[in-house]
Design a protein. Structure first.
Length: 95
């Protein structure tokens, strides 16, 4: 199994543990701050991969760009619907 799949699985499990109160926010707060502080460094390897395989990527650039645009719009749409459903479920708040 690829390491990114394992990492994603751990992230989902941690999110569920936070949602159900199995793990408290204070228990993971320091690690979260550390990971967000080094986040730019985590993008170095993908950037190197793009440069290394640029010949292959450049020959398929249009389909890649169209796919990125389509999935971005889909992600925005789904995120918006989920946010609306959560806000509707929560009900109005008095300010």
């Amino acid at each position: 199994m690829a390491t990114y799949v394992i990492g994603l699985l751990i992230l989902v499990l941690l999110f569920l543990a936070l949602c159900f109160g199995l793990v408290k926010l204070e228990q993971v707060k320091d690690a979260a701050h550390f990971l967000t502080s080094i986040l730019p460094i985590l993008f170095v390897a993908p950037a190197v991969g793009i440069v290394e395989y640029w010949d292959l990527i450049s020959s398929n650039l249009l389909p890649i760009i169209l796919l990125i645009l389509a999935t971005t719009v889909l992600t925005f749409g789904i995120s918006g619907r989920v946010a609306q459903a959560l806000l509707k479920k929560e009900g109005p708040k008095d300010a």
